[in-house]
Design a protein around this ligand. Structure first.
Ligand code: HEC
Length: 271
């Protein structure tokens, strides 16, 4: 931790001591007292840039993402025919239209035939910046990830890759779009190319917000309260795990440092 950390003394009132104890438990670190201190914006910005870094313009692997490939990926991402009963698309779980945040706001998502998995669907926004995909990191990249849910029996539940390709080839537009997206490929409408195109579309799902503007020098982009929060975030130990330009996604961490982390499968035992 580059940030100086001042420990709270014993002279705190009971209420303050209680809440600070709780925060220390959550964060695992003592907190700097920032209530009355003025924030040194220049120092804060250089620390934030050091620990978090500015989000890059392009995601890793985007070199061959032509507009045609992204357009094909976008169409596939929103296509419900990629699910067994034609009722779910990628966007059913990871909503990115209407400026939504890449999630479905469900505790766990309902797949084809009303089955639910036992993990929360994470956001697709910035997912290509993470070190791996899925909660356990079993897919190395976006392309490998995209192949999973389509064939998963509690998600989109397609019986086989061949069945997916049959639907795509029967469509009046897809063969043409695959041809434009993969002009060099001998075999164009393949499951592998479909996943590659979806990944290309997902590599465009990069966030941009006021924090990015502030890091790049716009002092007005964050309020005084937000700057205090950032100071606290850097000082409290959140950056043990939440580092890098997307403020996390860089390491594997045990969930539930203090208390057991409940999932639908484990919550009966842990709560
Ligand atoms: C020991 C590692 C660790 C520390 C320390 C930590 N986090 Fe997290 N945090 C995680 C992990 C892992 C996740 C992702 C959980 C998931 O997706 O299931 C997460 C998720 C989050 C999320 C939800 C992000 C999202 O996309 O939904 C927020 C907000 C958050 N943490 C804030 C904090 C704050 C604030 C602190 C400091 C007080 C903190 N975290 C400290 C590991 C950590």
């Amino acid at each position: 931790m580059a940030a100086p950390v001042r420990r709270r003394g014993r002279s705190l009132g009971t209420e303050e001591a209680d809440s600070s104890t709780l925060t220390v438990l959550i964060a695992g670190f003592a907190l700097t007292t920032i209530r009355s201190a003025e924030i040194d914006t220049a120092k804060l910005r250089s620390e934030a840039k050091l620990m978090l870094g500015v989000i890059p313009d392009r995601m890793p692997g985007a070199d061959n993402d032509t507009p045609q490939r992204v357009a094909l990926g976008r169409k596939l991402y929103f296509d419900k025919r990629l699910s067994a009963n034609e009722s779910q698309s990628c966007n059913t779980y990871h909503l990115v239209d209407r400026n939504l945040a890449g999630v479905d706001n469900e505790v766990t998502s309902e797949g084809a035939f009303s089955k639910r998995g036992d993990r929360n669907a994470p956001t697709v926004l910035n997912a290509g910046f993470h070190l791996a995909r899925f909660w356990d990191g079993r897919a190395a990249d976006l392309k490998e990830q995209a192949k999973g849910p389509v064939l998963n029996s509690v998600e989109m539940a397609m019986p086989s890759e061949a069945e997916v390709l049959k639907r795509l080839k029967a469509d009046p537009e897809y063969p043409k779009l695959f041809g434009a997206a993969f002009p060099e490929a001998a075999d164009k409408v393949t499951y592998d190319n479909a996943a590659e195109a979806i990944a290309a579309f997902e590599r465009t799902l990069k966030t941009h917000d006021r924090f990015d503007d502030w890091q790049k020098g716009d002092d007005q982009a964050l309020s005084a309260k937000e700057l205090k929060g950032l100071r606290l975030f850097l000082d409290a130990g959140c950056t043990t795990c939440h580092v890098g330009p997307v403020i996390g996604g860089k390491s594997y961490q045990k969930m539930g440092l203090v208390n057991a982390y409940g999932t639908p499968r484990t919550s009966a035992a842990s709560r």
